[in-house]
Design a binder for this molecule. Structure first.
Ligand code: MUC
Ligand code: MG
Length: 371
């Protein structure tokens, strides 16, 4: 069963390509004949503006193409089932991830083990979590950051830039770095908004004001440009949108096109492919970061299980998705404390939905109550 759930954000989240005021979650529930139900989530940013899949298209494709392939199949071998799906469905990484997540959740419940253990075993019980400052206003971002530091919730911040002229963006970064000083690590995400020449100038200016990392400065297709920028930069350059699973990760590390890979379970095509990206980065001695598509709690828990198995996670994670939403969809929220997220310990994903909250925010809630 797939359900679209619309949850407002706590404030507008301003990215180079979109301003988010609501997050649409495609929740997937796979009911197995042994009475176990596995949960998965496919979520993206700003409809179709970030990638080729939107929550509505994911729902349609899961209902129409993925679900029939699962009927009457043994659910207790997720990898085998996903290989069977791969023989019939090309691409659709986000939808694939949601299905694979639900199969692993169900299998973990069946085995009495957390998903992290099914993925090889966790090496971290808690993961560092950064917060994105993206209100669009410098003073508001400073206040928000200081409050996060005081509450010991986050001490690393990612600033979304690329929408304004470079000098204005760099002044914004400099002001935040000046206000927070050594209390915080400041990084930026350009979300592909610059061309290579602008990026060369922007990265040098960002290094001068104490920025620690620049994420995806140029278009995802410009791998050669990323390699040139990386070679000339004084601060690390991270690939995000360019990473679309293990083959692209291999391509990137082979071309020395990034210092850091932002692994996202959805962009990778699932938990297993995300772990393959991890292996490729480690083999190439390239640093890792646990990324997010701003998933709500189910996708965030799934990501946490995968990232908990990464021995080296030099730049931490950004698994704050549920905190950006006004409403909790879990019966018990994920635990954020001391700048870190606790990886759930229960069987499967170790999370349970709050069915009433989900029903309340489900997109077809009105139609269902009056029909
Ligand atoms: C992205 O491009 O990294 C992750 C955190 C955030 O604020 O936006 C996303 C997407
Ligand atoms: Mg990014």
């Amino acid at each position: 069963m797939t359900t679209l759930v619309d949850v407002p954000t706590i404030r507008p989240h301003v990215l180079a390509m979109a301003t988010m005021k609501v997050q649409t979650i495609c929740l997937v529930q796979i009911a197995c004949s042994d009475g176990i139900t596995g949960l998965g989530e496919a979520t993206t940013i700003g409809g179709l503006v970030y990638g080729p899949e939107a929550p509505e298209s994911i729902k349609l494709l899961i209902d129409t193409y993925f679900a029939p392939l699962l009927h009457d199949q043994p659910a207790d071998h997720p990898r085998k089932l996903m290989a069977a799906i791969d023989r019939h469905i090309v691409g659709n990484a986000f939808a694939r991830c949601a299905i694979e997540t639900a199969l692993f959740d169900a299998q973990g419940q069946r085995a009495g083990l957390p998903v992290s253990e099914l993925l090889g075993g966790r090496v971290h019980d808690r993961l560092p979590v950064l917060w994105t400052l993206a209100s669009g206003e410098t003073a508001r971002d400073v206040t928000e950051a200081q409050e996060m530091i005081d509450r010991r919730r986050h001490n690393a911040f990612k600033l979304k830039i690329g929408k304004r002229p470079i000098a204005e963006d760099v002044a914004h970064v400099a002001a935040i770095k000046r206000a927070l000083g050594d209390q915080a690590s400041i990084r930026v995400d350009v979300n592909m908004a610059w061309d290579e020449t602008s990026a060369r100038r922007g990265i040098a200016m960002l290094a001068d004001v104490g920025c620690d990392l620049v994420e995806q400065p140029v278009h995802r297709s410009n791998r050669a440009g990323m390699a040139r920028l990386r070679a000339g930069a004084r601060i690390p350059i991270m690939a995000d949108e360019a990473l679309q699973g293990p083959a692209s990760a291999f391509d990137y590390v082979s071309a020395a096109a990034a210092d850091v890979l932002a692994v996202k379970i959805e962009q990778s095509g699932g938990l297993l492919p995300a772990c393959e990206v991890r292996a490729i980065a480690d083999a190439a001695d390239v640093a890792l970061y646990g990324g997010t598509m701003l998933e709500a709690a189910v996708g965030t828990a799934a990501s946490a299980h995968a990232f908990a198995t990464f021995p080296r996670l030099a730049f931490g994670t950004e698994l704050f998705g549920p905190l950006l939403l006004t409403e909790e969809i879990l019966a018990e929220p994920l635990e954020y404390a001391d700048f870190r997220l606790t990886v759930p310990t229960g069987p499967g994903l170790g999370v349970r939905l709050d069915a009433d909250r989900v029903a309340f925010h489900a997109r077809d809630a009105l139609r269902r109550t009056i029909s």
